[in-house]
Ligand binder design. Sequence first.
Ligand code: CYC
Length: 161
Amino acid sequence: MQDTITSLINPADLRGKYLDNTELDKLRKYFQSGELRVKAAATISENAANIVSQAVANSLLYGDITCPGGNMYPTRRYAACLRDLTLFLRYATYAMLADDASVLDERVLDGLKETYNSLGVPVDRTIQAVQAMKEVITRQVGAEAGEQVGRHLDHICNGLS
Ligand code: CYC
């Protein structure tokens, strides 16, 4: 896992150079947005279960998916779906704090699409639920912080499609 600091300093070290102005500017933006990202992470962690259940209610419930034959039926699969969204939210929050998506590539997306395809988990409906999570989060943390975490939830969607 990397963060903005290591992703800038490691290559500079390999070159044996100080950070240039563009790199320093990226670091400045990272530090300036730090308080916003930490505050958003606190709100998300306090409300994680609620964010997931609201997103599921807004995107997946009241349709065929929870009925016999649907991928969220029976309760075991329903629970797996809630668990997956909970994992997506926690890892996207880590990525937001680090301002770096590598944790998602390494711990979430590696092999996930193949797993979903082999189990018949519908990727389009998963993406719909992740997008619904973005909306719920933005209502709770505001547009600016919502955008910061939303970028990483989009990264998960892109990795699945
Ligand atoms: C299953 N989700 C799985 C499985 C994995 C993950 C590995 C197969 C093993 C299991 O059932 O536990 C995901 N595991 C992860 C992730 C990590 C991990 C992301 C990273 C840390 O360790 N079905 C739907 C919805 C969607 C859904 C649209 C929820 C948004 O219809 C999810 N995932 C879902 C379901 C299963 C699953 C229902 C069980 C499928 C089955 O067993 O038939």
